[in-house]
Write a protein that binds this ligand. Structure first.
Ligand code: PEP
Ligand code: MN
Length: 444
């Protein structure tokens, strides 16, 4: 394999969506600091996840990937991390139990701090400033000072990711993810909702099964801990390049900033810097594919990113929108499958369904999210391919960012608790409803 390109090589490719740093010396200092920082994940863990995603590609497992659109430094608190983990654990147990399929659990967590933007600028009340690009780049506050890109924030991304991952690792191995906790995950406001009651009934069944297993003397390790992996969009090249290291076991490069990294819809140019960098690392990776993707685009991306056609290496995350998926996806899946390309197909039902509500908030309809997932299942079922997973933006809190769902949130509710730093996320009740609906789709 050819050598990893230098950062200068990558910048020579005119990468999209990069910060314009005012002070090159400060960038060099931050990158130098990151290059000596210990890995956040081990290459061997990335390989384990790759094996699990290979099972997804074979139709033997389902991927659940979820978390914030944009994590924030202020959001690195015990409550916030636990709440996100809790909703993902609840969703995973619903999918596993109700659909009897192993679920590969991946958070958009511990690194999801950089955002691509459709516009470089934001205007409010006649004032125009650079757009917020995530805490990795600049500040959310709408002031000229806060919107200046600061490379020291990349070091903060590293530290925030390390703190988050440390807590996640403790939660998933230290008893919180023990299946005997299945009831305790169903706390407070969720328990009162109708989907919370549905969950409660399922948890009772699981508890009965566990008691039976215990009585016959079976108590496997899997009851007490879960495998959970981190992921984020590999966007800011300074950060991802500095975190790319040669694994001493295999002598090959891994991006040790997260287990799984993906390339966004706006940075997937075949000759672009992001595709180039990720073609050199050995992690399992994803590429977002929007409705403009042609089968030739997808085949060229697969050839460049996974030339050995290794199963589990490449995930295509489609995000067409509810109105486009049934017409657009079949041709893509058909041609990629006919070419013998090994890929896990995952549905992002969020990014093709964003619109501005009359109240001015960016939102998504729960019904559109479900409709896109149903379209994804319909297309794959009709082609005999495996609908391999779900990639969603969600939070463990009771926010009001997406409309619809069992609580029937309306435009007027959005102002009540809209906390996202970027795109609207499903709240905890909506996330659990989604899991039950997807479990039904998987069972059919
Ligand atoms: C995202 O996942 O937050 C995102 C920006 O997605 P996409 O690249 O698909 O627009
Ligand atoms: Mn988003």
């Amino acid at each position: 394999m050819s050598a990893i390109p230098s950062l200068a090589d990558l910048h020579a490719l005119n990468p999209a969506q990069q910060p314009s740093y005012p002070d090159p010396a400060a960038v060099d200092a931050a990158v130098a600091r990151l290059r000596t920082a210990p890995p956040l994940v081990f290459a061997g863990e990335c390989d384990e996840l790759k094996d699990k995603i290979a099972a997804v590609a074979r139709g033997e497992a389902f991927l659940l990937q979820g978390g914030d659109c944009a994590e924030t430094f202020a959001g690195v608190t015990a409550d916030n991390v636990r709440n996100k983990l809790r909703v993902l654990l609840q969703m995973a147990v619903v999918l596993t139990y109700a659909a009897s399929v192993p679920v590969v659990k991946v958070g958009r967590i511990a690194g999801q701090y950089a955002k691509p933007r459709s516009s470089d600028f934001e205007t409010r009340d006649g004032v125009t400033l650079p757009a917020y690009r995530g805490d990795a780049v600049n500040g959310f506050d709408f002031t000229a000072e806060s919107r200046v890109p600061d490379p020291q924030r990349l070091v903060d991304v590293y530290n925030s990711s390390a703190a988050t991952l440390n807590l996640v690792r403790a939660f998933v191995t230290g008893g919180y993810a023990d299946l005997r906790q299945v009831h305790t995950w169903n706390t407070d406001f969720v328990r009162e909702s109708s989907v919370g009651q549905q969950y409660e009934a399922m948890a009772n069944e699981i508890e009965r099964a566990l008691t039976f297993m215990k009585a016959i003397g079976a108590d496997p390790d899997e009851f007490h801990r879960v495998d959970f992996h981190s992921s984020h969009e590999a966007l800011v090249l300074e950060y991802e390049h500095a975190m790319t290291r040669i694994d001493s076991r295999t002598n090959t490069p891994y991006d040790v900033s997260g287990h799984f990294v993906w390339i966004g819809e706006r940075t997937r140019q075949l000759d672009g810097a992001h595709v180039e960098l990720l073609s050199h690392i050995r992690n399992p990776i994803g590429v977002k594919l929007g409705p403009s993707t042609t089968p030739d685009d997808a085949l060229a991306l697969a050839a460049k990113l996974n030339p050995a056609n290794e199963p589990g290496r490449l995930t295509f995350i489609t995000r067409f929108g509810a109105g486009k998926i049934r017409d657009g996806l079949p041709n893509l899946v058909e041609k990629v499958t006919a070419a013998g390309v090994e890929v896990a197909w995952v549905c992002d039902p969020m990014h093709g369904n964003t619109f501005e509500a009359s109240s001015g908030y960016k939102t998504r309809r729960f019904g559109d999210v479900i409709d896109e997932v149903q379209g994804f299942f319909d297309v794959h079922r009709s082609l005999g391919t495996w609908p391999g997973g779900l990639h969603v933006e969600l939070t463990g809190d009771d926010v009001t960012e997406c409309v619809g769902g069992g609580e029937d949130l309306t435009d007027l509710d959005l102002a009540h608790r809209y906390e996202s730093a970027c795109d609207p996320r499903l709240n905890r009740v909506q996330s659990l409803e989604l899991a039950f609906l997807v479990a039904d789709m998987l069972r059919q």
